[in-house]
Design a protein. Structure first.
Ligand SMILES: NC(=O)c1ccc[n+]([C@@H]2O[C@H](COP(=O)([O-])OP(=O)(O)OC[C@H]3O[C@@H](n4cnc5c(N)ncnc54)[C@H](O)[C@@H]3O)[C@@H](O)[C@H]2O)c1
Length: 284
């Protein structure tokens, strides 16, 4: 029986994953290298729980006092604290060197039967499995941002991902009110293979003076009925994550259609990462 969830990485996505599991009654151990990040994640979760409680529609944990949900989340700065975890969802920085080191350590810390859910925008799941001794128990769990609000998860089957692993993971997602769509392992899977070039091309439009960010986004909302345009989506995801993801696609497919827009590179170098730094294509 899965009861304790290890969540690695307390950034934009990790804190949402921790919140979703805690809301559904799971015990969560949330690990990040940065104690400051853990403190800010707990604060943000507290705020999000208040907002979520006011929204219509039933979600696991709705109506429960935020402090009760928060009490189910324990924080730690060492992966060794995950020896008690029954299932792990990893959400660290989208950088293969960082993720690789995390998986090598998780593999020694966690019990052999524990499943690892990889939350990545574009790193191949088979590559992650290959640095562990449990490739059959590694799968992609691509949660979307903001995690507590979005009910669909792109689940990725690596070359060696077992049927039992898929069944356990999709069953677990159901318990937190989320539906799985299972796809094959290819860089960017489906969501980011389509979304990242769209955002990148929108950046080119701004860079080339074709349109302002507001015009680009209004076009997607007004002409296509999208809830958000590509540049506001980029600001929400984090422009550093966008740049990392499009770079992974570029290197994986060796296709120039994925080359990052120079304006995107410049904004990331300037620390204009979107909502998380207060400045991206818009000011927050
Ligand atoms: N932001 C999105 O919308 C989004 C959506 C889906 C998937 N993802 C993926 O989720 C992952 C996390 O993205 P994010 O946007 O939350 O990034 P983020 O930069 O907001 O957070 C990453 C966190 O990982 C922590 N970290 C770094 N190295 C670590 C280590 N060795 N051990 C523990 N913690 C460590 C950092 O301190 C930081 O808090 C990435 O792989 C990203 O591609 C992001």
């Amino acid at each position: 029986m899965i009861q304790t969830i290890g969540v690695v990485g307390a950034g934009t996505i990790g804190r949402g994953v921790a919140q979703s599991f805690a809301q559904a009654g799971f015990d969560v151990v949330l690990v990040d290298v940065s104690a400051a990040q853990l403190a800010s994640a707990l604060e943000q979760i507290g705020r999000d729980l208040l907002v979520l409680g006011m929204l219509p529609g039933a979600r696991p944990g709705n109506g429960e006092a935020p402090e009760k949900v928060l009490a189910r989340i324990r924080t730690a700065t060492a992966l060794a604290e995950l020896s008690c975890a029954d299932f792990v969802v990893e959400n660290v920085t989208e950088d293969w060197a960082v993720k690789r080191a995390v998986y090598e350590e998780l593999d020694t810390v966690c019990r052999p039967e524990v499943i690892f859910g990889v939350n990545t925008s574009a790193v191949p799941i088979t590559r992650v499995g290959s640095v562990t001794r449990r490739a059959g128990q590694v799968l992609g769990l691509h949660f979307m941002n903001p995690v507590p609000m979005l009910d669909t998860v792109e689940v990725v089957r690596g070359t060696y991902t077992g049927e039992d692993t898929l069944a356990a993971a999709t069953g677990l997602l159901e318990r937190i009110g989320k539906e799985a769509i299972v796809v094959a392992d290819a860089p960017g899977f489906v969501t980011n293979r389509v979304l990242m070039p769209t955002i990148n091309e929108a950046v080119f439009c701004v860079q080339d003076g074709v349109a302002t960010p507001e015009q680009v986004d209004r076009m997607f909302r007004g002409c296509f009925g999208h809830r958000m345009g590509p540049l506001e989506t980029g600001d929400l995801i984090g422009l550093d994550t966008i740049l990392n993801s499009i770079t992974v696609l570029y290197e994986s497919y060796r296709d120039s259609k994925y080359r990052p827009a120079p304006l995107l590179v410049r904004m990331v170098e300037a620390g204009q990462l979107g909502r998380k730094t207060g400045q991206g294509f818009y000011s927050y």
